[in-house]
Design a binder for this molecule. Structure first.
Ligand code: NAD
Ligand code: TYD
Length: 339
């Protein structure tokens, strides 16, 4: 039996990872630590809440006493750190929470995990630590770190702490860096769920600048399979990049979304560009293909269709999370009010 401590398991990628682990491995049990910020929704895991192999603990990864207590309360083998402030636009408005959770939180988890002698720590990071690409080329694991936003700078700082703990203490840490995820349970502030949600209400889709920035899209379950492969078979001290081999300009993607929803292109509004907007992200996945036997399985057209269908079937989920009503769910389940 393997027991994982997953942080940020009530967010988009973390909740998909928790579900996938429990479904794939009958011998895995999970403790999920989440602060339930605006982005964390307990309802994302309502279907597995009563699984005896799953336990939720509300708390902050920056709180050392709390994290020590969680690590003491179960025989944790591995820690997978998803918990983060994750939205670039919010980091431009206020970098404070990003520095706190993404950097200080990682340091607390590293120290507590080292003390608890865990056998594997996985830091979930992002390709945004590499900065931006021009029209050509790809990020590899050897691309120099050159973050451009407060979000990516905070993730880079955390990655460097992880690296230093491996080199200084021989701490068994692995880092994964992934391109833009899409799929079910993504908070409707990121491009795909925001545009679906706005289009369904016939509201404008705010495209930053000309809309020619390029992102590489990967289905969240492909990313989760990659994290799983790195957790089980990655080498301590190493970095593994994951990408979907699905590059699209934002405007091309917006057209696809509108066409799939049967909505007019007149909903598009070109708005002021994001400050410091990275032009293009794209990943060379050679290393993970050779060393972890990983390839993305979901082709983008199929993944996008199933994602749109999920948001169509879960309109009330999006409404509840946008209005903060999901907090009532926590109160019902745990009898406590969220601060
Ligand atoms: P998300 O914003 O949907 O979820 C983050 C979760 O962390 C939420 O449940 C939130 O409540 C929790 N959290 C925040 N601060 C916390 C704290 N101090 N203590 C405990 N819990 C806290 O984010 P996501 O999109 O699921 O991203 C998860 C991870 O993957 C992040 O580390 C992010 O940097 C990384 N990542 C995301 C993408 C992407 O496309 N979304 C791509 C590459 C890497
Ligand atoms: P986002 O989903 O915020 O992810 P990231 O910034 O981490 O790549 O944005 C994806 C792309 O879409 C990015 O180039 C910014 C752009 N974008 C818009 O044009 N309008 C929007 O309202 C949002 C949220 C993003």
């Amino acid at each position: 039996m393997k027991t994982l401590l997953v942080t940020g398991g009530c967010g988009f990628i973390g909740s998909n990872f928790v579900r996938q682990q429990l479904q794939t491995y009958p011998d895995v049990s999970i403790v999920n630590v989440d602060k339930l910020t605006y982005a964390g929704n307990l309802e994302n895991l309502a279907d597995i809440e009563n699984d005896p192999r799953y336990r939720f603990e509300r708390g902050d990864i920056c709180d050392r006493e709390f994290i020590d207590g969680v690590l003491d309360s179960a025989a944790i083998d591995s820690v997978v750190n998803f918990a983060a402030e994750s939205h670039v636009d919010r980091s431009i408005l206020d970098s404070g929470p990003f520095i706190q959770t993404n950097i200080v939180g990682t340091q607390v988890l590293l120290d507590a995990s080292r003390k608890a002698n865990i056998s594997r720590y996985l830091q979930v990071s992002t390709d945004e630590v590499y900065g931006t690409l021009g029209e050509d080329g790809y990020f590899t694991e050897d691309t120099p770190l050159a973050p451009n936003s407060p979000y990516s700078a905070s993730k880079t700082a955390a990655d460097l702490l992880v690296r230093s703990y491996f080199h200084t203490y021989g701490f068994p840490a692995v880092t994964t860096r992934c391109s833009n995820n899409y799929g079910p349970y993504q908070f409707p502030e990121k491009l795909i769920p925001l545009f679906i949600s706005n289009a369904l209400k016939d509201e404008a889709l705010p495209v930053y600048g000309k809309g020619n920035n390029v992102r590489d899209w990967i289905h969240v379950l492909d990313h989760c399979r990659g994290i799983d492969a790195a957790l089980r078979n990655g080498e301590p001290g190493e970095v593994y990049n994951f990408g979907g081999n699905s590059e699209l300009q934002n405007l091309e993607l917006t057209f696809k979304l509108l066409d799939a929803l049967g909505k007019p292109r007149t909903l598009i509004r070109h708005v002021e560009d994001r400050a410091g907007h990275d032009f293009r992200y794209a990943i060379d996945t050679t290393r993970v293909e050779h060393e972890l036997g990983w390839k993305p399985q979901m082709d983008f057209e199929t993944g996008l269709r199933s994602t749109i269908d999920w948001y169509l079937s879960n309109k009330d989920w999006a409404e509840r999370i946008q209005s903060g009503q999901y907090r009532d769910y926590y109160e019902t389940q745990y009898g406590k009010r969220l601060a």
